[in-house]
Design a protein around this ligand. Sequence first.
Ligand code: 5GP
Ligand code: 5GP
Length: 208
Amino acid sequence: YHEFAFDFFKLVQQWPPTFCKLHRCPRPIIKTFTIHGLWPDNYTTFLDSCTGNSFHMFKNTAFVQNLTVRWPNLDYYSNNRRFWSHEWEKHGTCSENLYPQEAYFNLTMQLYDRLNLLEVFAKSNISPGASGNQLLSRLNNSLVAYTGKIPDFKCRPGPSTTTLIIEVVTCYNSSGTAIDCPVSQLSNSCKTQSLTGISSFETHYPTQ
Ligand code: 5GP
Ligand code: 5GP
């Protein structure tokens, strides 16, 4: 395969209650952050059309179990295998020269296990269901206080002028050491509306 040069990793954790407002999800809705992906990226451009070995399903059932609890597919119409395969082929292959498939999924789980977002937010007295004009900066400050590094956020439009937090991003160098995320490659999706509206980190969801 090709060698792709990447500058850093983004660990993207998704908040299922928000994802599941926008997509049909199997029940019950998970109420903890789960992995969306680990994205090798460059400072100047997104890397997402790398090519490499195609995904092969893991043979080790304990490994699959470990992934299943941390990196579940949330989309009713998909499944874990397809989600992992998509993430590997779109993103994982961009760091395949350093992290072949098993190593890549292992690294992702390791980084995820190091940072329990709900625990970190709880230390700052922020719990699921919180909302308000200051929520985004409170979440940001909470993570900065805990990790010493700048995170990033991704939001989706909510009712009227609100935004819903859908993803929290933390960044790492190629060996997995935490670094600052580049200033707002993503969080514009939160800022535009949270200037006038309310950011929310909600737990309720529509019945489908
Ligand atoms: P969305 O538009 O839903 O935020 O992102 C759609 C897709 O674009 C994501 O699933 C991801 O694959 C890709 N993408 C979004 N942001 C980034 C990024 O910062 N880096 C990379 N490499 N891909 C991204
Ligand atoms: P991205 O392109 O953002 O890396 O990955 C998003 C793609 O994976 C979309 O096509 C989405 O429908 C699919 N997908 C399947 N399960 C999930 C999930 O649990 N979360 C997200 N964000 N996307 C999922």
